[in-house]
Design a protein around this ligand. Sequence first.
Ligand SMILES: NC(=O)C1=CN([C@@H]2O[C@H](COP(=O)(O)OP(=O)(O)OC[C@H]3O[C@@H](n4cnc5c(N)ncnc54)[C@H](OP(=O)(O)O)[C@@H]3O)[C@@H](O)[C@H]2O)C=CC1
Ligand SMILES: O=C(O)[C@@H]1CCC=N1
Length: 304
Amino acid sequence: MTSQAAHATQQAQSVRQDRPCPAVPPGTTIGFIGAGNMAGAIVRGAVAAGLTQGQGAARLLVTSPHGSAAALAGELAGQGVEHVAQAQDLVHASDVVVLGVKPTIVPVVFEQLREELAERRALVVSLAAGLTLARLEEMLPEGARVVRAMPNVAAAVGASMTALAASSRASEEDLALVEGLMAAVGRTARIAEKDFSAFVGLAGSSPAFVFTFIEALARAGVLAGIPKAQAVDIVTQAVLGSALTVQADAGAEDGRTPTDLVDAVCSPGGTTVAGLVAMERAGFSNAVIEGVRATVARDHELGA
Ligand SMILES: NC(=O)C1=CN([C@@H]2O[C@H](COP(=O)(O)OP(=O)(O)OC[C@H]3O[C@@H](n4cnc5c(N)ncnc54)[C@H](OP(=O)(O)O)[C@@H]3O)[C@@H](O)[C@H]2O)C=CC1
Ligand SMILES: O=C(O)[C@@H]1CCC=N1
């Protein structure tokens, strides 16, 4: 395991301690096609959450063409994760097939595995941006059961916000199974499928927006004379603390809204209001809203 992956796993374990251990039906075999950022995070999260241990342990299979699946299985050797060289063999052995490939590769994979998917009738789980349940069903053999899941990169530290929606042929048990799997990497929410594109803007893609904000804030710190590493550390804690404050207030009886919280920081004639007005003059809120609008539009394009 790389030191980065080890650190991510350690972080994920500490975040996970606050949540109940997720569950999937005993003995379920889950096959992952693709083992990159997202599938890798889910597999690591499932292992860290204990899904592959004890009585009724799940079996996790991984496959990919250029070595990422073999590397993942090597990293998690002896922990219930197996590398399968051929995707066809993986489908034959799986109750659930998770597609962890880029949206443009999904049709290619479905075409390659058409026969096996028709025979095995596994539950298909797509992580792909853009591809709607209707589009996925069109590409799959008649009668396929499909669940869409939209996690985010914070899955790597057990803090994803994952949306879920099921096709009409998928059962409540199917959806609950995917919910159990995705609970290993963070929180889940069942949402109407029509809202998936907006969800991508708010949670699937938004970590990149927040990372950019953190970077910009830290750079401003460097401009003011603080060393970069220290600036990043300071900003990260400030952003984390702000998010936790919003979350705590949202759960409280007389909880304040984000607008109330802004007002609570802005002393009349003080530093914050001066900064905020300057940021809005430069188009801060509009930039964020336009960014989300472009994300939603691109999600629609990918599904067309
Ligand atoms: N990254 C993110 O933050 C998020 C991603 N998603 C979705 O998750 C999906 C995966 O994204 P991400 O994990 O970032 O992608 P990565 O590029 O990190 O991983 C893609 C994986 O696909 C594999 N792959 C490529 N071609 C094939 C093929 N023909 N057959 C089987 N496997 C193949 C690659 O294997 P190898 O390297 O061995 O070639 C690799 O393991 C996407 O659909 C994306 O929309 C959803 C939410 C957030
Ligand atoms: O940009 C992408 O395609 C993926 C989907 C959500 C986050 N990243």
